[in-house]
Design a protein around this ligand. Structure first.
Ligand code: SAM
Length: 246
């Protein structure tokens, strides 16, 4: 891959250039997100046959003939920042695709944690396409993140485990467009947790950020969601029982 020098004579690569430009645009705001993006190489998550030189173009790339994509780096960075990730959190990602975003999430939530002592993965990522499940698992193994992320084949619109009501996740990140926020995902979010999802029609949606809050007390407790509309986005559809039916 092309290497060069910047104005101060420092060596840089297209990977560094992309990250520096996302920082200048204030899309990357935190050290944790920056370090994850620097340490996890997007080129390792491209479909076989894609030239490595395209890895750091700020655009989505097709995942072979699956009809699915690895999202554009700026979109990935925006969602990681909005999710407010930190070490130790348990995360559900819906839409594993290449495994790139799952790898970045895993990098952040496992910082400073002795991975050998983990009783269960910190990141669960669910994907409906079996070819992508295999592809993502291989990519995550190669990145040595297989112990931190569990990739599951299934319909993520029903959550994971499917239809469970256990409030299991601190964060839920949906990387495909849903017609509404799937209620099963809201059920599986912990109190104080954050859920991010592109919601709306196809092809354009709004990125929604929901927080689950406990209101009231003394036997009169209720769970509520505060909802923020962040920005306009374009995602492939979330296809499943709790989303688009095809
Ligand atoms: N996060 C991915 C990455 O880092 O490469 C990109 C995700 S891609 C934009 C959206 C993914 O959602 C596709 O791989 C698609 O197959 C998957 N998907 C769509 N509906 C789904 C569902 N109901 N459950 C799980 N995955 C689903």
């Amino acid at each position: 891959m092309r290497q060069g020098k910047n104005d101060e004579g420092k060596r840089y690569s297209p990977h560094d250039e992309l990250i520096d430009s996302l920082k200048r645009e204030n899309i990357i705001k935190s050290k944790l997100v920056e370090e994850a993006l620097r340490n996890i190489k997007r080129e390792d998550f491209l479909w076989k046959g894609e030239p490595r030189s395209v890895a750091y173009f700020d655009e989505p790339r097709a995942l072979g003939d699956t009809g699915q994509t690895i999202s554009a780096p700026h979109m990935v960075a925006i969602m990681l920042e909005e999710a407010g990730l930190r070490p130790g959190l348990t995360v559900l990602e819906v839409g594993t695709g290449s495994g790139y975003n799952a790898a970045l999430i895993a990098y952040i939530v496992s910082r400073g944690i002795n991975v050998e002592s983990l009783e269960q993965p910190l990141v669960f990522s669910i994907e409906r396409d079996a070819r992508l499940v295999k592809f993502a698992k291989e990519n995550l193994e190669k990145a040595k993140l297989g112990k931190i992320v569990e990739v599951v084949e299934g319909d993520g619109s029903l959550g994971y485990p499917s239809s469970s009501k256990e409030m299991k996740y601190d964060r839920i990140i949906v990387t495909a467009a849903a017609p509404f926020i799937p209620p099963h995902l809201e059920s599986q979010l912990k109190i104080g947790g954050i859920l991010l999802a592109p919601v709306g029609e196809l092809p354009y949606q709004t990125l929604i950020k929901e927080r689950k809050i406990r209101k009231g007390g003394g036997g009169d407790e209720k769970v509520e969601f505060s909802r923020e509309r962040l920005m306009g986005v374009m995602f492939v559809p979330l296809i499943g029982e709790g989303a688009y039916r095809k």
